[in-house]
Design a protein around this ligand. Structure first.
Ligand code: GAP
Length: 504
């Protein structure tokens, strides 16, 4: 059984080998934290986006879509706070010349202590038959000591981050004895703030071109179009605006494959509500978004909420939906009650009234906002890593299968004539032409049937349809299910209905 690190490496290798994800500009040795989606990856990614869009826009009569631009007026980022505060604290090691996020170094240190606790728990679990983890954590001396260390570091760390105490962060890194993973030394520079937005120029430089930014989130495009959509869509509170699009962040530490990228895609929705009703809607979206994830059939124990204790100054509630990635539980989606902060800021900076007229109370006010925000790529990684399975079959052979939710799989079915003769390819081609109008399907007639099944398992195709000599007699085919490998015969005429039913 591979450990988590090895498993993650296998997942990354599989994504490349089967045309899901390639490092960007690979023939030029790649570009750090930028990835391209290959022929299968783009299908899976599009299906994720479609699943989100349907759930958010199509199934909610009071949510509409938007496609705003990546380039926006630079004052937007001043108003939103990104110019002044969208920073990460960075630190360099003078010996290795490597750059790190100071907060990540400290978080990794905390994780190491947490790993020690988990080891103790594991040891005890092996020793005691009626092992009670909760009681053990509360009574075991060593574990209590580790937990105290963690609590102490976390408290000081949070205070420093809130106070923007960069000197304090450096002292904490030194005091904890954190070494550079490359040089192994503690020879650190001071901690500095680093703005994560990519800047570029609009117009020609000689004309005194303006600095503009590649958007670091899609949300601001929604806020600055609030009035347009409210007026032209004759919207009534509560209503939402949803958008899928690219975002860019100059991440200092870009690692863990597509978990943290410099160019990525977000699916965001801002839900505008009457002031005072925001916490009710926050709870609604918390549950609704979790349900969206678990409806995919992924085990609920892979998800957990992480409610924020320390809130940003503009938020009055915030939670993350965390997912159990191969490297542990990490943020997959954020749900934030952002009060009326963004619209108020844009009202102030633009000088335009961004208010809603409430016909019931005859009042004008700035609506409050609940935001749901999820990264497409992070969702891709969650689904892909959860689906990746290696299993030993009864005959001792190894099978690698992507148990993707059928509705997200790149191809819904593969059409496979048993042999490349006797008229079977022609029947296969006819079935292909029929099914391709309904779903993404593949036709394959090369190699032995067993190898073709394995190739389809590896890209997560839920159904393989095999044409054999019996097909010529009774117009039936063999359907093989990916997960159970169960096989049964179906009439060709019922394929569209049967597959549609199972995908739904
Ligand atoms: N508008 C709110 C916002 O952007 P965020 O927590 O910074 O909030 C929201 O980002 C989501 O976008 C995250 O939960 C994550 O899924 C995704 N995300 C953020 N930074 C990312 C990155 N560098 N690479 C991939 N996905 C990222």
């Amino acid at each position: 059984m591979a450990n988590n690190e090895d498993l993650f490496k296998q997942i990354i290798a599989h994504a490349k080998e089967y045309g899901f994800i390639f490092p960007s500009s690979e023939i030029y040795d790649g570009l750090s934290a930028v990835y391209d989606y290959g022929q299968n990856g783009v299908e899976l990614k599009n299906n994720i986006k479609q699943y989100w869009w349907k759930a958010m826009v199509q199934y909610h009569e009071n949510i509409v879509g938007l496609d705003s631009c990546i380039f926006m007026h630079p004052t937007i980022w001043k108003a939103s706070g990104h110019v002044d505060a969208f920073n990460d604290p960075l630190i360099d090691n003078k010996d290795s010349k490597k750059r790190y996020r100071a907060d990540v170094l400290i978080e990794d240190h905390i994780q190491k202590i947490e790993d020690k606790i988990n080891k103790e728990v594991e040891k005890a679990r092996k020793r005691f038959e009626n092992f009670d983890e909760k009681m053990f954590r509360e009574t075991n001396g060593r574990v209590l000591q580790y937990q105290k260390q963690i609590d102490d570091i976390k408290e000081r760390f949070a205070t420093m981050m809130n106070a923007n105490d960069l000197a304090g962060l450096k002292s904490l890194i030194e005091e904890l004895g954190i070494v550079c993973p490359v040089s192994g030394t503690r020879n650190w520079t001071d901690v500095r703030q680093f703005n994560l937005m990519f800047a570029t120029k609009l117009g020609s430089v000689s004309d005194g071109a303006d600095t503009i930014y590649l958007r670091p989130e899609t949300a601001q495009g929604i806020f600055v179009n609030f009035l347009n959509i409210y007026k032209t869509g004759r919207m009534k509170l509560p209503f939402g605006i949803a958008q899928i699009g690219k975002a860019f962040r100059n991440e200092i530490v870009a690692r863990q494959f597509i978990f943290r990228m410099r160019e990525f895609e977000q699916m965001e929705m801002q839900f505008f509500v009457k002031p005072g009703e925001e916490l009710k809607w926050f709870d609604y979206w918390k549950q609704t978004r979790l349900q969206w994830h678990t409806d995919l059939g992924i085990a609920p124990e892979n998800y957990r909420f992480h409610d924020h204790e320390k809130l940003a100054h503009y938020a009055n509630a915030a939670t993350d939906i965390e997912f159990k990635f191969p490297f542990g539980f990490k943020e997959l989606e954020g749900i934030h009650s952002r009060t009326n902060f963004d619209l108020s800021q844009h009202e102030q900076y633009s000088g335009k009234k961004l208010r809603y007229f409430d016909p019931e109370s005859n009042e004008n006010y700035i609506p409050y906002v609940i935001e749901t925000s999820i990264g497409v790529d992070r969702m891709f990684l969650a689904v892909f890593s959860n689906a990746y399975t290696e299993e030993t079959l009864e005959d001792g052979s190894l099978r690698t299968v992507l148990r993707l939710p059928a509705k997200l799989a790149p191809y819904k079915a593969a059409i496979l004539p048993l042999v490349k003769k006797d008229g079977l390819p022609e029947i296969g081609q006819e079935i292909f032409d029929k099914l391709k109008k309904e779903f993404m399907v593949q036709y394959e007639d090369k190699d032995a049937i067993g190898r073709r099944y394995r190739r389809q398992d590896a890209i997560g195709t839920p159904f393989c349809i095999t044409i054999d000599n019996q097909t010529k007699e009774d117009n039936t085919v063999t359907v093989r299910e990916r997960d159970s490998m169960q096989q049964y015969r179906l009439p060709i005429d019922s394929l569209v209905d049967e597959i549609s039913k199972k995908i739904r």
